[in-house]
Design a protein around this ligand. Structure first.
Ligand SMILES: Nc1ncnc2c1ncn2[C@@H]1O[C@H](COP(=O)(O)OP(=O)(O)OP(=O)(O)O)[C@@H](O)[C@H]1O
Ligand SMILES: [Mg+2]
Length: 264
């Protein structure tokens, strides 16, 4: 199950305990789920390093997995962490949409209430656009994963045109602490509350629509594609999310942050 031997500080914690491999994540990481801990092995890169830094800073500030051991060797980051309680929001959604939306709104409000005055993690647009440019240059942008309309006759001609649009149309920032990839498989919920946040490589100070936009997009994917429900169900869930958050839709920011995420 492992491509090469694991470092001692990791093996001494997991010994030869049984595990299953996660099938939810889509990145090139390997996630091994044990009874009470999880081992995430990723190629060493900026995102993986930022994930570890974010987890370190958040240990005492937010409900994130506890770091049990960490190693960096042979071009890999190995992070052994505690297993979160609760249910992945995408699993809960299939059973009860309003309950899940309520918990997702609760999670966003928890993030917005965090004190960012001493936060060393920045994910502002200057940083995200630099990373997006790097992703284009090193060929890691997968246009197969794009929303169908992004590269269409009504959309952009190619990823360079999309990037130019993002650079030229940066919206004014309303900064809060953001998760950075607030999609349903990354949020664990229980009793109508968000009880755990994971996959934090893009976490940091950014505009609040970074998270709202990806939450809305993820609600649509899960409700319409995975649950096979009509679009009206998604629109109802989106309105409920805004009501619970006490906001109205900002169509420009919603569109902008969904487009930005195409380049990651
Ligand atoms: N600490 C944890 N506790 C419980 N489940 C976890 C934990 N870490 C990972 N998982 C499970 O593994 C899945 C994938 O983990 P994660 O999102 O960190 O990996 P990823 O490969 O980066 O995914 P993505 O495709 O979202 O980038 C999660 O959605 C969750 O179901
Ligand atoms: Mg994930």
């Amino acid at each position: 199950m492992y491509s090469s031997p694991l470092p001692k500080n990791i093996t001494e914690k997991i010994a030869d305990k049984p595990c299953v491999s996660d099938t939810v994540g889509e990145s090139d990481s390997t996630v091994l789920i044990f009874k009470d801990c999880v081992l995430k092995i990723e190629p060493t890169n900026e995102n993986a390093d930022r994930e570890y830094a974010a987890l370190q800073w958040l240990q005492t500030r937010l409900s994130v997995p506890k770091i049990l051991a960490f190693a960096q060797e042979n071009g890999r980051n190995l992070l052994l962490m505690s297993k979160l309680n609760g249910t992945m929001a995408c699993d809960a959604l299939a059973k009860n949409i309003p309950y899940t939306v309520q918990a997702l709104a609760d999670g966003l409000k928890t993030l917005w209430h965090m004190d960012i005055s001493d936060c060393p993690l920045y994910s502002t647009l200057d940083i995200r656009l630099r990373q997006a440019k790097q992703n284009i240059e090193n060929g890691s942008v997968d246009t197969e994963d794009f929303e169908p309309q992004t590269l269409s006759s009504n959309g952009f001609s190619d990823i360079h045109a999309l990037y130019a649009y993002l650079v030229q149309n940066q919206p004014a920032a309303d900064l809060v602490f953001t998760h950075g990839d607030y999609c349903l498989p990354n949020i664990f919920i229980e009793d109508g509350k968000a009880v755990g946040f994971l996959d934090l490589g893009k976490a940091g100070i950014a505009d609040r629509w970074q998270d709202i936009a990806l939450c809305v997009r993820s609600l649509e994917h899960n409700i319409c594609h995975f649950c096979g429900l009509p679009k009206s169900e998604f629109l109802r869930a989106k309105e409920l999310l805004y009501t619970k958050l006490g906001i109205t839709e900002d169509p420009e920011k919603l569109k902008y942050y969904i487009l930005l995420d195409e380049l990651f």
